[in-house]
Design a protein around this ligand. Structure first.
Ligand SMILES: NC(=O)c1ccc[n+]([C@@H]2O[C@H](COP(=O)([O-])OP(=O)(O)OC[C@H]3O[C@@H](n4cnc5c(N)ncnc54)[C@H](O)[C@@H]3O)[C@@H](O)[C@H]2O)c1
Length: 251
């Protein structure tokens, strides 16, 4: 049985994660961590991993970036593997992840879905061929009307994947209203759409002479991220210290 602590158990993702874990016969939630109360759950809730007395095999985190340093220190102190899903980490925090991963195993990814990570894998193999043939590359992402940041971390993840496969020779263009010029060959245009309740849609468009290839991923519910986090937790409990991504999990 894999014993899980959910960090951020009362949040939107924490609740979805709880539902997904309930369908896993070999997993149980031994505790939740949150700063708010919730009397609807059967497990105990503590204010931090350090203050949680329960034995656990893994912590799965969906919280806020500002608490990630403390979380890393607590998991290192208690030697508990960590699935780190919170987004918006600073470069310094990503270095902290690296340092902590010398002691415990950590999976960290800004998108836990199987589909997006498979798309990233596909992009690595198709982008060099199409770019060499002169195809222009554009990314469009769509999200609900409550999302405040743009472009999405996932759009950047996809752009960075494409760019890395092209020797990082490309630059990103977010706004075409500033100047009246034709697009540069070595640019990746990134556009953000906001509206309604769209959970998340990402399209990578390769537009060539007389033909277009478009690869699209649609997230229809938050469960896809929770399922990916559960997969990552199962992967992690068999690992020694080290830093892993969802690409390692699905490999
Ligand atoms: N990697 C992915 O695939 C993926 C997918 C979805 C969301 N996310 C990220 O997960 C994070 C959470 O998303 P959400 O939609 O559930 O947000 P949310 O605001 O609904 O939930 C965050 C929870 O964290 C709790 N929290 C705040 N401070 C805390 C602390 N000090 N200790 C413990 N808990 C604390 C809040 O009380 C809240 O319950 C965000 O960063 C989001 O971008 C990542």
């Amino acid at each position: 049985m894999i014993k899980v602590i959910i960090n951020g158990c009362n949040g939107k993702m924490g609740k979805v994660l709880q539902e997904v874990i309930a369908t896993e016969p070999e997993m149980e939630i031994v505790a939740g961590i949150d700063i708010t109360e919730n009397s609807d759950v059967t497990y105990p809730i503590f204010p931090s991993v350090a203050q949680c007395p329960c034995e656990a095999n893994v912590v799965i985190d969906f919280t806020v970036a500002k608490i990630v340093d403390q979380l890393l220190d607590d998991c290192v102190e208690r030697k508990i593997p960590l699935v780190l899903c919170t987004t918006g980490l600073t470069p310094e925090q990503l270095e902290h992840v690296e340092k902590a991963s010398k002691v415990i195993p950590i999976v960290q990814s800004y998108n836990m879905s199987l589909g997006i990570n498979t798309l990233a894998k596909i992009l690595e193999s198709v982008a060099p061929t199409l770019a060499d043939a002169g195809f222009d590359i554009e990314i469009i992402e769509k999200h609900h009307n409550q999302k405040i940041d743009a472009p999405s971390g996932t759009a950047l993840l996809l752009a960075n994947t494409v760019n890395a496969s092209l020797n990082n020779e490309y630059h990103y263009k977010y706004d075409r209203t500033i100047e009246r010029v034709a697009r540069d060959k070595k640019e990746i245009g990134i556009s953000a759409i906001r509206g309604g309740t769209i959970v998340g849609e990402h399209s990578v468009i390769f537009a060539g002479q007389d033909e277009v290839l478009e690869l699209t991923h649609e997230a229809h519910s938050k469960a896809v991220f929770a399922k990916g986090a559960v997969q990552a937790a199962k992967f992690l409990v068999k690992k020694q210290n080290g830093r892993y991504t969802m690409r390692d999990v699905i490999a």
